[in-house]
Ligand binder design. Structure first.
Ligand SMILES: Nc1nc2c(ncn2[C@@H]2O[C@H](COP(=O)(O)OP(=O)(O)OP(=O)(O)O)[C@@H](O)[C@H]2O)c(=O)[nH]1
Length: 430
């Protein structure tokens, strides 16, 4: 359809309008026609614009399925107004207030959307100088999502930016406290609500929390949320609370990555020695509290230096990875393996006595024998030695258990390697 405005006069009126006007096909969201202001605002030619749809132009409409819901909402509300963002040809976005009504033309249903460009830099609209328009603009454009909670009625105003942060359109999100509270991740909810309560009751200066909140797509994003009571009644009870919510998903991701890097070994993905200490101490206090046995096993690959010397460092790395792979495959879920040093590993076997631990480690020995490392020119076999110590029999402390296991490992090496020995120290080394 080239233009539905056959009458020249109405076409001239259409093009003289200072707001962008779009004629939209409800089913496909395709732009059927648009006035001059529309393609000027978008930095496109008219031909380019007519190749677009609402889904490609409107930043707040995610996909066709999302559009279907919005179209149904427009037909129900007729007219329907919302504040969103249009995509300029140069890749930037500008805020628009869009007023959409439904018309019937020659037996066909169409949407007429009038989009007012709210971008102050390109618009000199008089009415935008009014306080309300400025406030709308500020709320829409603020980098942080704002909320304003009327404690008495339970109503919450969620700013357009806050809704956008969570993937909602301006008419979505029921404005109640439950909408927010129900979206908080279960693992964070109690902590967040406690923090809010503590501020409402005057125990904390302000409300501050970092938590995960469910977005429209069902995925969770990380937010930093801050708020403060701005009005109390005569009894000192909070009446109105306002706050700001900032999307920190990206920095949380980096933080998580850094924490992972600081606690894990790059080559094998196992906990490194520093994180291993903490984990070991936790396992030991668990065994102490529930009076369970805990076997500690230090494992060291035999003659590993000669693997590096004969085959190169990369093959050495492959052997380490091969060993860890087989360990993962053989161990129980409750067992934990840590990289204690270069070719030395610490294995913790909770609720296991030393005899059962020996059986399990022997099984691993058989696995390694049956599954040598495959190299380009053939296969490479290797062995390991291990020293075991059990809580509470050999020692009841962290340092004592490590010392007993280390002594047993030393004896295994001294006795010819490829051996698994239990600590001989029954004196409860402290
Ligand atoms: N490829 C590789 N080699 C490592 C790594 N970490 C430590 N090593 C090497 O492991 C070797 C350990 O050598 P030694 O301590 O002499 O022990 P060993 O040759 O295994 O002899 P025993 O333990 O007495 O059987 C050294 O050559 C280290 O360079 C690593 O991440 N990758």
């Amino acid at each position: 359809m080239s233009s539905i405005f056959s009458n020249g006069f109405y076409k001239a009126v259409f093009d003289a309008c200072s707001d962008a006007i779009y004629v939209i096909e409800p089913q496909s969201s395709k732009i059927v026609d648009a006035n001059t202001r529309a393609w000027l605002d978008l930095g496109m030619s008219r031909e380019q614009l007519l190749e677009h749809s609402v889904v490609t132009l409107q930043n707040d409409v995610e996909n066709e399925e999302h559009w279907e819901m919005i179209a149904a909402e427009i037909i129900k509300a007729d007219p329907f107004t919302f504040i969103g963002r249009h995509c300029h040809q140069d890749g930037t976005f500008f805020p628009v207030e869009v007023y959409t009504s439904v018309v019937e033309f020659e037996g066909r249903q169409l949407f007429i959307s009038i989009a007012r460009n709210l971008d102050l830099t390109t618009s000199q609209r008089e009415e935008f100088r009014t306080k309300d328009a400025r406030l709308t603009y500020a709320l829409n454009e603020a980098a942080d999502g704002l909320w304003d909670w009327n404690v008495t009625t339970g109503e919450v105003f969620f700013s357009p930016q806050l809704k956008r942060m969570l993937g909602y359109l301006p008419h979505e999100m029921t404005p109640t406290l439950e909408t927010w509270a129900d979206s908080i991740h279960e693992s964070d909810k109690t902590r967040v609500l406690d923090s809010l309560d503590s501020h409402l009751n005057g125990h904390a200066d302000s409300y501050k929390a970092e938590y995960q909140i469910r977005s429209r797509s069902g995925d969770y994003i990380w937010v930093r949320d801050r708020g403060r009571v701005c009005q109390r009644n005569e009894a000192g009870e909070a009446v109105r609370v306002v706050g700001m919510c900032h999307d920190i998903t990206h920095s949380k991701g980096l933080e998580e990555q850094l924490r992972e890097q600081a606690s894990h070994d790059d080559l094998t993905g196992l906990l490194n020695r520093r994180a291993g200490y903490i984990h070991f101490k936790q396992q030991l206090s668990y065994a102490q509290r529930y009076q369970q046995q805990l076997t500690v096993c230090l494992i060291d690959l035999d003659h590993f230096k000669s693997v590096n010397d004969n085959y190169g460092h990369l093959v050495g790395d492959a052997v380490l990875a091969h060993f860890v792979g087989l360990m993962r495959h053989t161990l129980r879920k409750s067992d934990s393996l840590m990289r204690w040093g270069g070719e030395e590993f610490l294995l913790l076997l909770p609720n296991t006595d030393s005899e059962s631990a020996i059986k399990r480690i022997n099984k691993l020995k058989d696995e390694i024998k049956e599954n040598p490392v495959t190299l380009e020119g053939g296969e490479l076999s290797y062995t390991f030695s291990a020293g075991l110590a059990g809580y509470p029999g050999h020692s009841q402390t962290f340092d004592g258990l490590i010392k007993c296991a280390d002594d047993a490992l030393y004896r295994a090496k001294e006795s010819g390697r490829n051996l698994i020995l239990i600590s001989e120290d029954n004196r409860n080394v402290e």
